[in-house]
Design a binder for this molecule. Sequence first.
Ligand SMILES: [Ca+2]
Ligand SMILES: [Ca+2]
Length: 541
Amino acid sequence: MQRKLLFLPLGCCLTVGGWNPCAFAADQPQWGEAWSRNMVSKERGLPDTFDPKTGRNIKWTAKLGTQTHSTPIIAKGRIYIGTNNGEPRDPKHQGDRGVFMCLDEKTGHLLWQLVVPKRDEDAYMDWPNMGMSSTATVEGARVYLVDNRGAVVCLDANGLANGNEGPFRDEAAYMTPPSTAGSPPRQVIGAETRPEPLHPPADGKLLEPGPLDADILWKFDLVADAGIWPHDAAHSSILIHGDYLYLNTASGVDNTHKRIRAPDAPSLIVLDKRTGRLLARDDEHIGPTIFHNTWSSPSLAKVNGRLLIFFCGGNGVVYGFQPVGAPPPAGEVLKLKKVFQFDCDPTAPKTDVHKFNSNRRESPSNIFGLPVFLRDRLYVAGGGDLWWGKNEAWLKCIDVMAFTRPGGHPRPSDGSGAGGEGLVWSYPLEKHVMSSPAVKDGLVFIADCGRTFHCVDAKTGQRLWTHEIKGEAWASPYVADGKVYLGTRSGSFYVFAASRAKRVLAELELGNPISATATAANGVLYVATMSDLFAVQKRPE
Ligand SMILES: [Ca+2]
Ligand SMILES: [Ca+2]
């Protein structure tokens, strides 16, 4: 017995009474694996099923707002999730707001929240009641995300309860809505509105920050400081490499959906994580060909001994960039060095792209999910836009080695399939896809908006099995403990065996749409619907 115990993996927990046996017990401080973005976890001992109605396998339930499009992140005893202010947790914050909650991991109790007024100049710049959609990244005591106004914020994990740290000290002004707030902005298509900074209320009276409010350490405004055009919502999930933050900018079309008003804006930027200073940006001139928005967040991996940043543009093209080395001199911004690009949809329209709006047969492609890396291969799901594009979607496997041989130069690929450089296989999905893939033991799991869940052979791209799901999948499948967890927009939650043969372990109805990807940390599975966060843990019957 003594000997056996010695060979237990690090992080194993010994429990008396038989529940939660031998959990792997680690935090999940970023979305997907760092930094392959693979939607997999090493957690063990997770339940096959749960039921909020009976309390079966429920550790606790926390109330969120009424719309939750971000994925829970767990680090150092705290849980972070973006939501809206549909259920105000602090009486001083009333009305539609972007909300980012920090909860206690043990109990689900609210520790603090970042509450940010909505943009009220144009509904299309900060969609009403969407809340904060960005999924947080945590390192040490610092929390990084993009808020609903399109500002990158670095927050103190301890909030204001332990004092206001800086350099940012304007929390009061940044949480106080302008006098015009209260009536949601009308959706005026073609209105000549521009994104504006947050105006102080006419009476100059600011809200008083308290211990339940977030402590902003620094803030970088993507609109004012990087020139982006905000659209709908920012979905950035920030990647950290050394002292640098890499993020998609969420720059998109204006309220007509037919115009790019910031054609020179970057799609991918790099900030100094210590100060928020802009260090680098892409130089790919993607702006004019962004079909809707720039929602896919970057990943990072070493290929052929060389680190690469992978990024999917709002034009359906996958880029490989060299990570930033030394920072530029003060006042200068570096251009990211491209190593390769791969067009996922080479025969799609490439010019005057917005004339294909609402064309369900022919349109450019875009990519919502994250590019997932595993063993020299990149797995990317994309296709026609859910709201504005063609009914066509695919999952592609790209051999990144093809672009990184010694002496390799930027080599555009036509990615056409037969002979397309780098394309290993392309697998057809139904209608549209928002998910990122999860790759585990030679299997790729993905779900689409045609209400199908797919298990695909990672080597060949062959379909192994599918399952008809209720509702569109906006969340990504998540593999942990030999199971695949997936929630859908109909409020259904599925547990499949992560195996070559189809086995449905559970199909639950949670009664509220799901956008969040399930997340496992420290032996607990977190499942967020629009309104509730469930901490799910194996418990004795
Ligand atoms: Ca503080
Ligand atoms: Ca502060």
